[in-house]
Design a protein around this ligand. Structure first.
Ligand SMILES: Nc1ncnc2c1ncn2[C@@H]1O[C@H](COP(=O)(O)OP(=O)(O)OP(=O)(O)O)[C@@H](O)[C@H]1O
Length: 253
């Protein structure tokens, strides 16, 4: 791990019974990177995401966020340390409005309780911040709509706003383009590309067009193992990676 590495996985494994869904994966994510994890179906990407975000406990190995061992920390402690995730299965409050969803995340981060909420200045600051985040993700005109009324793509945008409200150093995106139309994917890609450089992005994604447009570093997983990490062009040209996608690769054991 160097000063520039924000996240490091050291021989991280996840076993389900005798099955190794993630098998001794080593990975570093540079601060400021746009890092994508790809791989064929069943490669272990979602499991790896769970291990990094904290929804799944690791069976072996360790994870380090900015040098701190977070292996045993629950999701909320990892969020407090700066690692926020959006999930494939929406975690929004569907009956609340778009603005309220973001506002709740802002208030959680600032620790503003009912007492603080009664103060007009604190309330105004939190609302202003929530509005700014909604503008950043491209939902400025949807404040008063219930989250349930949003399209699938808009919900993903809202999830990014909720995650950004925690002011993450590491934003974890689990298949952000899943179920999106090409236009929605394009908009989301632009949104992620426009995030400030101090927000490191790690995404797991099936849509390779999105990956190769966005990522400066790509990791390929196959059968639970780390296959290759490198710049997009190198990964795209790799015979090993091409074989993995065609289902013919042999991974050394
Ligand atoms: N809770 C579980 N119990 C048993 N096996 C599991 C569990 N979760 C995942 N697996 C298995 O682990 C392997 C990796 O699954 P995972 O969902 O991480 O892969 P993936 O790369 O995200 O796949 P996809 O691209 O299809 O979503 C699969 O063979 C899957 O069946």
């Amino acid at each position: 791990m160097t000063d520039l590495d924000l996240l490091e996985l050291r021989q991280v494994s996840k076993h389900f019974g005798s099955f190794k869904a993630v098998d001794e994966v080593c990975l570093t994510v540079r601060a400021g990177a746009r890092h994508a994890v790809i791989g064929p179906n069943g490669a272990g990407k979602s499991t790896l995401f769970g291990l990094i975000s904290g929804t799944l406990p690791a069976s072996a190995g360790s994870l380090h966020l900015d040098g701190q061992d977070v292996t045993r920390l629950p999701v909320h402690r990892r969020v407090a340390l700066g690692a926020a995730a959006t999930f494939q299965h929406s975690s929004l409050f569907m009956r609340e409005t778009v603005l309220e969803n973001v506002l709740l995340a802002v208030l959680r981060r600032t620790g503003t309780g009912l007492g603080g909420w009664r103060k007009v200045s604190a309330r105004a600051a939190a609302i202003a911040q929530a509005r700014t985040l909604l503008e950043r993700v491209g939902l400025p005109s949807r404040h008063d709509h219930a989250a349930a009324a949003l399209s699938h793509g808009e919900r993903r945008q809202l999830e990014v706003a909720v995650a950004l409200a925690t002011e993450p150093r590491l934003l974890l995106l689990d298949e952000p383009a899943a179920g999106m139309s090409p236009a929605e994917t394009e908009r989301l890609t632009e949104l992620i590309a426009a995030l400030p450089g101090e927000v490191t992005v790690l995404l797991i994604e099936h849509d390779l067009d999105m990956v190769f447009e966005l990522a400066d570093t790509v990791t390929v997983m196959h059968l639970g193992r780390h296959l290759e990490t490198g710049p997009p062009d190198q990964v795209r040209a790799s015979a090993q990676v091409q074989s993995a996608y065609l289902g013919t690769v042999e991974v050394a054991s």
